[in-house]
Design a protein around this ligand. Structure first.
Ligand code: MN
Length: 372
């Protein structure tokens, strides 16, 4: 082989190799470069952990959250266990969390206080802890303003202070919405005493993220065995029941612009929507339920958004897109309880158009939470 031909072949194969490599890399980079905003990402503060442990020791029957989560994560978890890692990662904002985000290509986490938040405490203490927790969150965001945004907690059972804190959180601290960790002392947000809180969320035009906690005391008994109170089943039953109470009680006729965000692919509501519509129509006709202006599925599309937290099922994603609409679906990890890389890979690999993927990864979050 003469040297010109050898040069030509070498150059050609180099071009081919570069071209093959760069196509694959471009495809990879195309996915990696989609902005990613994770919308259900948990944190805790040392002050809250101490207060949760106080109540867990002094009143262990106060809530199923105590055996389900508080004691296993915060009361001397076995070194090296998942619970030990959760405790460390919940309390960290500035180091391990940012490394994890960088490793998984996560641009921003929308932070919210982990369960049961402040709602397990009596009203005055809950309100005081809401203020210090929101201040802690705002300070963390101020240290990393491009990497974090946050949802404010408040004490629903102290409605006057709650509304004051909701206004401060949005107008002074710049937080983007609210976190409610499901029931408050066994009451749900359809209860008339919480009306000021719903009114404030609507007036401030910020969503309430209705996050699960273990089932309320009225329905906790069958969830006490087999670790059923937590994420395997109880969380979804509790939060789904909460959302159905809000729909069937007419909350969204009273607050038509109120927006509720549900995690975990909608806490089973998308699966139930046909039957909810069917039975709501029948119950209204036979006078067993106050008639609603709209069908449950209409409220679901108008007043709810859904996140993919901790739920990597392609079949369920298809269903949620059909029931909730692609414009109402947001990506979430459920850090530190779930893997950031797996959550990103799920949406990267989902059967979505580029436009749909961008909506799920960041555009819907930017719109629903006023992030830009
Ligand atoms: Mn969560």
């Amino acid at each position: 082989m003469d040297s010109d031909r050898r040069k030509f072949l070498t150059a050609t194969s180099a071009v081919l190799a570069v071209s093959t490599w760069s196509d694959a890399t471009r495809a990879q980079a195309g996915k990696a470069s989609v902005r990613k905003i994770a919308t259900e990402e948990a944190f805790a503060t040392p002050e809250l952990v101490a207060a949760w442990l106080d109540i867990a020791r002094s009143d262990p029957a106060a809530s199923l959250d105590i055996p389900t989560g508080i004691l296993s994560i915060f009361d001397n978890p076995r070194p090296g266990s998942n619970q030990d890692r959760f405790r460390r990662q919940l309390l960290d904002i500035d180091t391990e969390r940012l490394r994890d985000m960088d490793g998984a290509g996560v641009d921003m986490q929308l932070l919210s206080v982990t369960i049961p938040g402040v709602q397990i405490f009596e009203p005055a203490r809950a309100s005081a802890l809401a203020i210090t927790t929101n201040d802690h969150l705002a300070a963390a965001i101020a240290r990393h303003p491009t990497r974090f945004a946050g949802l404010a907690c408040f004490a629903p059972h102290d409605p006057v202070q709650a509304v004051r804190e909701m206004e401060r959180a949005v107008n002074v601290l710049g937080l983007k919405g609210f976190i409610v960790n499901s029931h408050t002392h066994d009451l749900y947000l359809d209860d008339p005493r919480f009306a000021p809180v719903l009114e404030a969320a609507e007036a401030l035009d910020r969503p309430i993220y209705l996050h699960p906690r273990a089932p309320s005391n009225g329905m906790a008994a069958p969830f006490r065995d087999y670790s059923m109170g937590g994420s395997i089943w109880g969380f979804g039953v509790e939060a789904g029941t909460h959302a159905v109470r809000m729909i069937l009680s007419g909350v969204f006729d009273r607050y038509p612009r109120l927006r509720i965000v549900l995690g975990h692919m909608g806490e089973a509501l998308p699966f139930w929507m046909w039957r909810l519509d069917h039975m709501a129509a029948r119950r209204a006709k036979d006078g067993r339920m106050k008639p609603l202006s709209l069908a449950p599925s209409d409220y679901f599309r108008r007043n709810f958004a859904v996140t993919t937290s901790g739920f990597e099922s392609p079949e369920v994603l298809d269903l949620v897109i059909k029931v909730a609409g692609i414009e109402n679906i947001m990506w979430a990890i459920d850090y530190p309880y779930e893997s950031s890389r797996d959550a990103a890979a799920f949406i990267d690999g989902a059967d979505l158009t580029g436009e749909q993927r961008a909506r799920v990864f960041y555009r819907n979050a930017e719109r629903h939470f006023h992030l830009i």
